[in-house]
Design a protein around this ligand. Structure first.
Ligand SMILES: Nc1nc2c(ncn2[C@@H]2O[C@H](COP(=O)(O)OP(=O)(O)OP(=O)(O)O)[C@@H](O)[C@H]2O)c(=O)[nH]1
Ligand SMILES: [Mg+2]
Length: 296
């Protein structure tokens, strides 16, 4: 049987559902998801194999205008992710092409001119009428020669079989690179740190979650449980106050939600201990960024 295999980068502006899409294809939570833009900070990998095709996906941070050094690191992750891949999935939403979509297209034109691009219009469940979807597609078609334009809803898995078919057809004829059930690029410590950050993004509002880095300090498999100790780093005392909450209520809620989710995903009993620390302006400090894993 002729197999197809290739590298597929999922890119687009923040909050359009890139990570939700990767999780839907992978059938599990490989990448964290939240309702706030700026959720994904690293490239997150997953290999998906169906029938005779294998896609080696990379989820990426949403592209936006960077201000802090951390944002610039995230932007570099995106730019590099489109170089030298076999296929790009540009994900957008029901809102039409906005400034950050256009910036992403410009990056693709400069960095990945020869790479086929599938435009994935996500969140179509939020669009009520077929006519509007047709208008949306028409507008996008004028901006770039996409290999295909496919409306989907990653959350409800609608349109995913057709999207998979389009991906498979766009991949080069090649042997599979990984075994069908093999995990790729899954650093458990980083993944656990991200799961904790997901709870911060869900429970804490406004700007505070964006100032949080999670660093797993201890990750120890004991006989009956997995012991995890992690630091939550913020930039200011006021942010620490919000993260800890009245009488420690917020950090307790974050810890409980994170522990339950880690237990569910790993099917293991977990002991989780969290500490909140202040490291002034860490998002603009190169040595802190490096220390926290935001390094090229
Ligand atoms: N209504 C609707 N919501 C969706 C759909 N897919 C994702 N979402 C929601 O959109 C929000 C953002 O999803 P993410 O997957 O985190 O988006 P992202 O593009 O990875 O975001 P960044 O990592 O910040 O760039 C979450 O609240 C999701 O539940 C969809 O098909 N329909
Ligand atoms: Mg994401």
């Amino acid at each position: 049987m002729q197999t197809r295999c290739g590298y597929v980068s999922i890119v687009g502006k923040p909050n359009v559902g890139k990570s939700t899409l990767l999780n839907a294809f992978a059938g599990k939570k490989v990448s964290i998801v939240s309702e706030k833009p700026g959720t994904t900070r690293h490239r997150v990998y997953a290999a998906v194999t169906k029938d005779n095709a294998q896609a080696l996906f990379a989820d990426t941070p949403g592209l936006f205008k960077p201000t802090k050094m951390l944002d610039k690191f995230m932007e570099r992750m995106v730019v590099r992710a489109v170089e030298g891949v076999d296929l790009v999935l540009l994900v957008s939403d029901d809102a039409g092409a906005r400034e950050n979509d256009r910036r992403m297209l410009t990056t693709i034109k400069i960095r990945a001119k020869e790479v086929p691009v599938i435009l994935v219009l996500n969140k179509m469940d939020l669009m009520k009428r077929g006519k509007l979807i047709t208008e949306l597609v028409e507008k996008w078609r004028k901006l770039y020669q996409f290999r295909a334009i496919l409306p989907i809803s990653a959350q409800s898995a609608k349109g995913l079989p057709l999207l998979w078919q389009a991906i498979a057809e766009a991949l080069p004829e090649r042997e599979f690179e990984v075994k069908a059930d093999e995990e790729v690029g899954l650093d458990e410590k980083l993944w656990v740190a991200d799961l904790i950050r997901e709870k911060v993004l869900t429970l804490v509002h406004q700007e505070v979650p964006h100032a949080v880095a999670v660093i797993v300090q201890q990750y120890e498999e004991k006989e009956t449980l997995l012991k995890i100790v992690a630091d939550l780093v913020v930039e200011r005392d006021s942010q620490k106050g919000i993260l800890v909450g009245a009488g420690g209520s917020m950090i307790k809620a974050i810890g409980t939600d994170a522990r339950k989710d880690i237990e569910k995903q790993l099917n293991k009993k977990v002991f989780l201990e969290l500490f909140v620390k202040v490291r002034e302006k860490w998002r603009n400090n190169p040595s802190r960024l490096k220390e926290y894993g935001y390094e090229d």
